[in-house]
Write a protein that binds this ligand. Structure first.
Ligand code: GUN
Length: 747
């Protein structure tokens, strides 16, 4: 075995006293997040795997984990230390960090798992927490009551209640040491919710999801994701969520996407002892291997065959390293995916590695159709691989609410194209969020049944191919609504450059699918458009105007072919541009059509070299908006923010306004900050958590918001990094990246 290099990593710096136990998020992708937990033994960046160290059997030395693998935190068992006199003596006199020879964050468990495995433990609820405090752990765990998946609802309820009942005494014994408050509840949705709500009321630092080890051992991944779905939304968002006993890399992407921040597992060592190898593709046995599924540094000088010939102890050590390196590599991949906003895409890829994981993924992401088409009709129409899963899904089931919370946390738009990955692509939560935003806010010009023309057959940008046609149609058939068929669904022509719809990266046949008018009608209905006649124009044809003209005449929308009269073209082009800005203000900035029209009506445009609107100028000659080329969004200037603020009659309404349907059209979300932050924000500094007094409930991460003083004065605008639920709850980190500088621009 190659000698372990002598490189030493410096010991960590303790956090500032004021930051002790705080969790901040740095980057997020829906419910997934990159975060930092601040402790006296340094920062623990999440998502993180805390390797389990058995203080009696140290397969890989904790010091090596720190120095060689960059592990910032680990977990060990305080009950084992408490039970063994020599370990106990060492830990009590010199501390747990010295016992383990580990300078980073030490979390300890409490003996609950031992009680599940071997029956009752003889330690008391307060006693074990006091002991953890005494030996200097960074994050202790209370003695919760394990809920097994085979428990009846009544039994699981008792475990939930007993754990809640023990909470205050445990916190009192912790005396300020960070404490884990585990969530129990077996496989019962309501019990998981009760547990999360109940435990969330106490002052715990972290919430582990407990009772899931047997569920993972039995590959019941659907139950696992149901537990996540039921639990996470009920927990205080500013507390990290830990998956107790979960360390299989195959599960990381999906669990992180569902909101997991911490993992712990002895799997790297336990599987090695069994001659098994972990990998994001599943588990392998060394006896079956000719090559390494992942070529990680510790095995570059070995083949599986030479490892098979090693003695048991040496083989176990090497395979433990292998498992740890592979696990860390997958975690790193997941973190990168969160940075890129593609964690659901990674979860989608990983779901193919195990049938039970695929089942869980499809159960999560396949929704039953919301309205009236009969399943016979659908069977004939939908031939994709999701139709079976759709049928199995409990229609309109109790899980819709939990799932829609995940969708609601997504930032709909990305700065780059959407990679097509098969039918799963359409169910990516941020795509669903983009569709929902469109369906909730966009309105056709008329609420009466309207004739619709759908442009189909070619990928965008559509403006180059179709602008002239659309302008001429606006002249010849002014009541016609023109939409574009994208692989992610229909969009109005006015939003033809909007990400993600306009920027799908996939094979060209995606745009050439045969469309079905029944399904189109259904989709149009969800976009508030009651279609009269639906015509589909293949825009791959040579003479587009003639083809469109023939189609409209054939279906009786026009009496005679279009006669080209381009004298009106400048006015029509101006009207189309106004419509584009109007629709963007409504869909992206949440304005009503009336308010958007007030802004746009008297504006003029600066046109760029390609004929697109570069800047929107108000009637006083001031630049207020710019459409963005990258994602089809709108950037607002300081003066634009001021104009939108003037349209609002009320100050931020607070998160108690629960009825989401009443938020549509209320404008950009506002966030009110404490007085001592005002002067900094006026000068363009970011808004920090801890300085927010209230915000509108429709505030979302990744979207523009207005920043107000408590007196209701506009002091800035920026891009929020949190949603309304998180804005006032987090106590550390950036809440809004300010994009304004009001120190000079106006009073
Ligand atoms: N380790 C694995 N599962 C559990 C659990 O439910 N509670 C505690 N305390 N430790 C665990």
């Amino acid at each position: 075995m190659p000698a372990w290099s002598d490189d030493k990593r410096d010991d960590p710096q303790p956090c500032r006293d004021a930051d002790q136990g705080k969790f901040e998020t740095i980057v997020r992708d829906g419910r997934a997040r990159i975060g930092r937990i601040h402790t006296q033994h340094g920062v623990l960046e999440t998502p993180a795997l805390l390797p389990v160290i058995n203080p009696n059997i140290r397969t890989i030395e904790p010091r090596e984990m720190w120095d060689r693998y960059g592990i910032q935190g680990l977990i060990t068992n305080s009950y084992i230390i408490w039970k063994h006199d020599d370990l106990k003596q060492h830990a009590v006199t010199k501390g747990v960090h010295d016992l383990l020879n580990f300078p980073g964050v030490v979390m300890t468990d409490s003996g609950t798992f031992q009680s599940y495995m071997y029956g009752d433990v003889e330690v008391g609820v307060e006693e074990i927490v006091e002991f953890q405090r005494l030996i200097g752990v960074d994050i202790a765990t209370m003695l919760d009551v394990f809920s097994r998946p085979d428990m009846t609802e009544e039994e699981a309820k008792k475990a939930v209640q007993a754990t809640i009942d023990r909470s205050q005494a445990s916190l009192d014994s912790a005396q300020g040491v960070m404490l884990n408050g585990p969530i129990q509840g077996g496989i019962y949705r309501q019990l998981r919710k009760t547990s999360a709500e109940g435990m969330g009321c106490f002052d715990f630092s972290i919430h582990p999801i407990g009772g899931i080890v047997p569920i993972m051992e039995q590959h019941r991944y659907k139950d696992l994701v149901k537990i996540m779905l039921a639990t996470i939304g009920e927990l205080p968002p500013e507390r990290p969520r830990h998956m107790f006993g979960c360390g299989h890399p195959m599960l990381f992407a999906m669990l992180i996407a569902l909101g997991a921040d911490l993992f712990d597992s002895a799997a790297y060592a336990l599987f090695a002892r069994d001659d098994r190898l972990l990998s994001p593709q599943g588990t392998y046995r060394i006896r079956d291997l000719k090559e390494w599924p992942e070529l990680v540094p510790c095995v570059v000088n070995y083949t599986p065959e030479t490892v098979r010939e090693l003695g048991k102890e040496e083989r176990t050590k090497l395979l433990s390293r292998y498992n740890l390196e592979v696990t860390l590599a997958e975690l790193s991949r997941c973190k990168q995916a969160v940075h890129e906003g593609t964690i659901w895409q990674l979860a989608e890829q990983r779901s193919h590695q195990h049938p039970a994981l695929r089942e869980a993924f499809l159960w999560l992401t396949t929704r039953p159709f919301p309205t009236g088409l009969s399943s016979d009709v659908l069977d004939d129409l939908i031939l994709d691989d999701r139709s079976a899963a759709r049928e199995l899904h409990p229609s309109g089931g109790i899980w819709e609410d939990d799932w829609s919370k995940i969708v609601a946390m997504q930032t709909p738009r990305r700065k780059k194209g959407e990679r097509w990955g098969g039918e799963d692509t359409r169910s990516r939560p941020h795509i669903l969020a983009a569709r929902k935003q469109l369906q909730k806010r966009w309105r056709p010009r008329s609420s009466e049944p309207t004739d619709v023309l759908i442009l189909n057959g070619k990928p965008g940008p559509w403006r180059q191919r179709c602008d002239l046609l659309v302008l001429r149609l606006a002249h010849a058939a002014p009541d016609l609504e023109v939409l574009v068929q994208t692989p992610l669904g229909l969009i109005p022509y006015s939003l033809e450059d909007l990400n993600p719809f306009a920027q799908v990266d996939g094979p060209t046949w995606l745009w050439k699918r045969r469309l079905n008018t029944l399904l189109l009608r259904e989709e149009l209905h969800r976009m508030n458009l009651e279609a009269d006649r639906i015509l589909i124009l293949d825009i791959g044809q040579e003479s587009l105007l003639q083809a469109a003209s023939n189609l409209l005449v054939k279906h009786g929308l026009l009496e005679e072919p279009i006669h080209v009269d381009d004298t009106q073209l400048p006015q029509l082009r101006d009207a189309l541009r106004r419509r584009q800005i109007l629709d963007k203000l409504v869909v992206l900035s949440n304005l009503t059509y009336e308010n958007a029209a007030l802004l746009v009506h008297s504006c003029s445009f600066v046109i760029g070299g390609t004929g697109r609107v570069k800047n929107v100028i108000d009637k006083d000659g001031k630049h207020i908006l710019s459409p963005r080329l990258t994602d089809g969004g709108l950037s607002i200037t300081d003066l634009g923010a001021k104009a939108m603020h003037q349209q609002r009659s009320t100050v931020a309404s607070g998160t108690d306004e629960k009825d989401a349907s009443s938020w549509t059209g209320k404008g950009l979300p506002q966030l009110v900050v404490e007085e001592d932050a005002v002067e900094f924000i006026l000068r363009g500094r970011n808004v920090f958590h801890g300085f927010i007094s209230s915000c509108d409930p429709w505030l979302k991460a990744g979207q523009t918001c207005l920043i107000l003083s408590k007196k209701g004065k506009l002091i800035g605008h920026g891009i929020s990094r949190c949603d309304a639920n998180e804005a006032t709850r987090f106590k550390k980190g950036i809440a809004v990246r300010t994009r304004s500088d009001f120190s000079k621009s106006f009073e």
